[in-house]
Design a protein around this ligand. Sequence first.
Ligand SMILES: Cc1cc2nc3c(=O)[nH]c(=O)nc-3n(C[C@H](O)[C@H](O)[C@H](O)COP(=O)(O)O)c2cc1C
Length: 176
Amino acid sequence: MANVGIFFGSDTGKTRKIAKLIHKKLGDAADTPVNINRTSLEAFLSYPVLMLGTPTLGDGQLPGIESGCESESWLEFLDSLQGVDLSGKHIALFGLGDQVAYPDNFVSALKPLYDVLSACGAKLIGDWPNEGYSFNHSAALIGEKFVGLVLDQDNQYDLSEERLDSWLEQITPLFA
Ligand SMILES: Cc1cc2nc3c(=O)[nH]c(=O)nc-3n(C[C@H](O)[C@H](O)[C@H](O)COP(=O)(O)O)c2cc1C
């Protein structure tokens, strides 16, 4: 088993694609990305380092039945994390959103993910500057920084790989 577990939620496949790209870049350090609705709590907890990806759906929500997905996803999985001890784990978040169509809630779903994982004692790494995006509001900001990597595959597709490389460069020394 590798050191890094990559889990994602996805409605139309874009977050899955980024998860696969992260896996390709990390090589043997990471296991094959798994949809969060296809894992168990035990498998999730077996990794010391987690990279967790999500789109923002609904109106600033995590994916799941309540936000209009056909399958369960992060909304349901987070329920199973209630009371779980994640201390000692390093967790990096990556979020996809659409700043043009949803400027009032850009990548906001990263924040509930961040809040639940922090409350469980995890060390969240990989915050990301808000420069280079244009939006009105995002719940995913703490001060000037997003709580994780932010990619907009709908409008800034051409910037994603460069952003991803720079983010991986920033976080890999923190857990290598
Ligand atoms: C119904 C719907 C609601 C969305 N709501 C938001 C939103 O509130 N904020 C945002 O930044 N993006 C929003 N998006 C854009 C998606 O997050 C974006 O297209 C993302 O790349 C989809 O990833 P996926 O293919 O992994 O599901 C929404 C998309 C859809 C279809």
